[in-house]
Design a protein around this ligand. Sequence first.
Ligand code: 5HY
Length: 245
Amino acid sequence: MHILVINPNTTASMTAKIGEAARAVAAPGTVITAVQPANGPVSIEGYYDEAFCIPGVLEEIARGEANGVAGHVIACFDDTGLEAARSLARAPVVGIGEAAYHVASMLGHRFSVVTTLSRSIPCLEVNLLKYGLDRRCARIRAAEVPVLELENPASDAARRIGEEIERAKAEDHADAIVLGCAGMADLAAVLSERHGLPVVDGVAAAVKLVEGMASIGLKTSKRGGYAPPGPKVYRGIFADAAPKG
Ligand code: 5HY
């Protein structure tokens, strides 16, 4: 099967890292294509960045659908554009945040999230409420590491994330940890080994969930909020994105 993995930001090195993490867990016969939009922010840190990455995400989803992919992964921990993508797609669409939360909730009673900056926390709190998993999340912590610092080999990001993991174990009584950024995908195994508890990377979790759903023929519902957008005129730079119905 063919799975499209979309990095919603426009940093190619992060797209490559995400693609590598996805291929590391993909089943034999699963082809991973990792892409990023041509336009948009180099990293997504808060609501304003999110808004400007969504049109690009939806363009990639439309391209994936036209190419007949078995499923899509939105590889931004905020799950940016997830609902709009699901209304556009017939194949399953999984956000790495939602995937990681669900997997962590099946590995321990309480999990904590370690994300990049504090400004990203409110969006994640809203997502947990939307997904019905807020009661399983002990706390969302920020390592105060800018997203692009994760691309800097000389940064102390892994150490700072590790410090938050130790605080989550001691103060939150977390049984498992969720890494709150796609850019952390390469750290999960070493952090899990170092800190002695499950550390979930949403990219890997999302790829396996898409594989699982696609392998049993499950597709996104086209009822209710996920019904295809009706035909409509869109003006200006979005004219070509107008739903044809
Ligand atoms: C992400 N930002 O996964 C999010 C996470 C964050 O550019 N990719 C980004 O830190 O908000």
